[in-house]
Design a protein around this ligand. Structure first.
Ligand code: FAD
Length: 449
């Protein structure tokens, strides 16, 4: 029997979802002294389907939160080995003035609890086993104290959200949690976001991925492996990649990711793709049925900030809930941390006296930080969705270590701000080309006024 209760308490910020985005946002807000409450429907440690790969970008965010020492049990790796069209290339992470030249693999079972716990230690209230069932949508009678205008300046279809109805998974009790601001961080399916009115732009890239674990004698390798010419059951190259990520704990994380942007790839069966990849993978990994740790599980990867609006009257949308995954490589953990941090910055301004109008800085920061990069990413995805173009690009790349090194910099978003090197020049060229194709213009949103 479900019981309902409510209190008069109004928190500064309610965050729905305690994954990388929600926990990072909570950490930064709590560190700034705000009263923040996170509701997470699962209990940590909990499993989460992922490739478990942290790039130097993600490591930087963890280090900024003071968490790199907590990764001592994680597996540190030095770069990527690319396989494609019969060739192999070892690509170490490049030197960079901001990001380190190493990454980690760590299960989300271990990682997500570490960050949520850190947010709690910084002062956030993290309510585990607490599912946000629905937003509390009610007319906001209170004027925004910072503004003479009645409404937030950000154009929005997300109405004022006073909080959420939250169910405790153990007791079944449903209570209302109220807050001045709400952050949507509930991941790629984002039911809470959809209930508030977010939607995905179907013209932007979307990925599907599957993964499982195998025990392997090569679990401790210092490079992760990426296979760029995965094939469907009929032997056709598909736009995506297969990966084998050593976990350093006796296991490797094995998976396939497929871009489902173009209609022709929508029918591809990812389970068959995974089986084909595993059968074809180098024997030395010993990806045998006996070594398989369990059935593969999958998920969606909404990319290129494809879910909008990013903000509403008093709401911000972050991480996968906002479709923040990098279209070039399917990386989403660092972008969840980063967008969580940008949201915390805007909320800090809003709570510190800027009022709801300050939330407009979030959309502006997203535009400035990602829009041109993701627009080029979308052009890249369109190009490789064409099998002939894909063969030409990957085939040419795999003949030149120099080219692949530069491409890795671009694809992992590790271009240098201080030097105009080949990768940076190449990216400018790609940007100009995508603008010419008029893709860039279609992607760029008008800046928030
Ligand atoms: C197969 C696969 C492989 C991937 N591999 C990688 C990789 O190697 N590296 C990488 O960087 N990215 C990878 N990604 C992407 C990455 O997993 C996501 O981008 C990342 O998890 C996004 O973080 P998030 O906080 O936005 O969402 P999530 O991690 O999904 O967290 C959302 C949280 O919200 C909770 N929640 C949901 N609804 C509610 C609710 N109503 N109330 C309360 N809580 C709720 C969920 O339980 C969850 O804990 C992969 C994705 C897939 C599917």
């Amino acid at each position: 029997m479900e019981r309902e209760s409510s209190t008069n308490e109004v928190h500064d910020v309610l965050i729905v979802g305690g994954g990388p985005g929600g926990s990072a946002c909570a950490y930064w807000l709590a560190s700034a002294g705000w009263d923040v409450v996170v509701v997470e429907k699962k209990r940590f440690p909990r499993d989460k389907t992922c490739g478990d790969g942290l790039t130097p970008r993600a490591v930087k965010q963890l280090a900024d939160m003071g968490l790199e020492d907590s990764l001592t049990g994680a597996h540190r790796y030095r770069g990527l080995i690319a396989y494609g069209f019969g060739r192999t290339m070892e690509l170490p992470w490049p030197a960079h003035p901001i990001f380190g030249d190493y990454g980690y693999t760590i299960t989300r079972h271990d990682l997500d609890g570490i960050v949520a716990d850190h947010a709690a230690k910084a002062g956030a209230t993290v309510l585990q086993g607490s599912e946000a069932l629905s937003p509390i949508l009610e007319h906001d009678a209170r004027p925004d104290p910072s503004s003479s205008r009645p409404k937030c300046a950000t154009p929005s279809t997300i109405p004022y959200c006073a909080g959420a109805r939250v169910r405790d998974s153990e007791t079944g009790e449903i209570k209302e949690l109220r807050a001045r601001y709400v952050v949507v961080a509930d991941g790629s399916n984002s039911r809470f976001g959809r209930a508030l009115g977010t939607s995905r732009d179907r013209h932007r890239p979307m990925g599907m991925a599957l993964r499982t674990y195998y025990t392997s004698p090569r679990h401790d390798e210092s490079f992760i492996e990426s296979h760029l010419d995965i094939r469907d059951a009929s032997g056709n190259v598909v736009p995506g990649y297969g990966w084998i990520f050593p976990m350093g704990d006796g296991r490797v994380n094995v998976g396939v990711g497929l871009l489902s942007t173009s209609a022709r790839w929508k029918g591809v069966n990812t389970t068959e793709l995974m089986n084909t990849f595993v059968n074809w993978a180098p024997r030395s990994w010993e990806l045998t049925p006996q070594n398989c740790c369990g059935p593969a599980t999958g998920g969606k990867l909404p990319m290129g900030l494809s879910v909008t609006p990013w903000s509403g009257e008093n709401t911000l949308v972050i991480g996968d809930a906002g479709g923040a995954i990098n279209p070039f490589n399917g990386e989403g953990i660092s972008y969840a941390y980063e967008t969580g941090r940008l949201a915390a910055n805007s909320l800090d301004l809003a709570l510190g006296g800027g009022g709801r109008e300050a939330l407009a800085t979030y959309a502006r920061d997203l535009e400035e930080t990602y829009s041109s990069y993701y627009a080029v990413g979308q052009a890249f995805v369109r190009m490789i969705s064409n099998p002939s173009a894909m063969r030409v690009c990957v085939g040419a790349g795999m003949h030149s270590e120099f080219l692949m090194t530069q491409l890795l910099r671009v694809m992992a978003n590790l271009m240098r701000p201080d030097v105009l090197g080949p990768a940076e020049i190449g990216f400018k060229g790609m940007k100009a080309a995508s603008r010419t194709l008029d893709i860039y213009r279609g992607l760029k949103r008008p800046p928030a006024t």
